[in-house]
Design a protein. Structure first.
Length: 144
């Protein structure tokens, strides 16, 4: 159901982790995701711990799904001296090409415990259906 658009994205993610750089609006970091089919829905889950819902942007244009989020530093008083800072900050982004068999008009988004979950229904035209053979007397059903 998904089509990968950038084969070098994983290499960029590893390089960013090793270099310790944060994502910027011009070069965002990748966000981890899982994708699977559950019944008549396709589910995509993105890890975005520590990101507020106001900082998440979801956009669909034709079959291209774009998710962009920003994790900002927590406000600290001048008297605070940071001893360790390992949690990545900055901009995170992911583009996913969706198959034509998904109904992009009815995507549902939920955000809970740092996980953004998108549920995309399978389009009616992509579901199996019965086809009748013409004629009143000898109608026959064929799986399509």
């Amino acid at each position: 159901m998904l089509m990968r658009t950038d084969p070098f994205r994983e290499m960029d993610r590893i390089a960013q982790q090793l270099s310790g750089t944060s994502g910027t609006w011009s070069k965002p970091s990748v966000m981890p995701m899982d994708a699977y089919r559950e019944g008549d829905e396709y589910v995509i889950a993105f890890d975005l711990p520590g990101v507020s819902t106001e900082a998440i942007d979801i956009d669909v244009e034709r079959n291209m799904l774009r998710v962009k989020a920003e994790r900002r530093p927590t406000t600290q008083a001048e008297s605070v001296k940071v001893e360790l800072s390992e949690r990545p900050l900055g901009v995170f982004s992911r583009q996913v090409m969706l198959a034509d068999t998904l109904d992009t008009e009815h995507i549902r988004a939920d955000y809970d415990a740092g996980v953004l979950t998108l549920r995309i229904p399978i389009a009616e035209r992509a579901k199996p259906r019965k086809v009748s053979i013409g004629g009143e007397a000898g109608r026959k059903q064929i799986s399509g």
